[in-house]
Write a protein of this length. Structure first.
Length: 65
């Protein structure tokens, strides 16, 4: 999978979801151990590897390979 979200670091700020130009990410109903709804990859095949999500994540929770 080209995009990975570290759920331990994600605080559910939704910046990655908003900034993704091809709508790869979404905020899930799952909560991490801190109680935040975490971002998840909904369309991995649509990822264009632009790294916008990774660059805009304030918590360094996203990695694009």
């Amino acid at each position: 999978m080209p995009v990975e979200v570290d759920e331990r670091l994600c605080k559910g700020c939704n910046i990655c979801v908003y900034r993704c130009p091809v709508d790869v990410l979404e905020l899930s109903e799952r909560r991490n151990e801190k109680g935040y709804n975490v971002a998840e990859v909904k369309s991995p095949d649509d990822c264009i590897h632009c790294r916008v999500c990774e660059k805009n994540c304030p918590d360094f929770a996203i990695t694009v390979s």
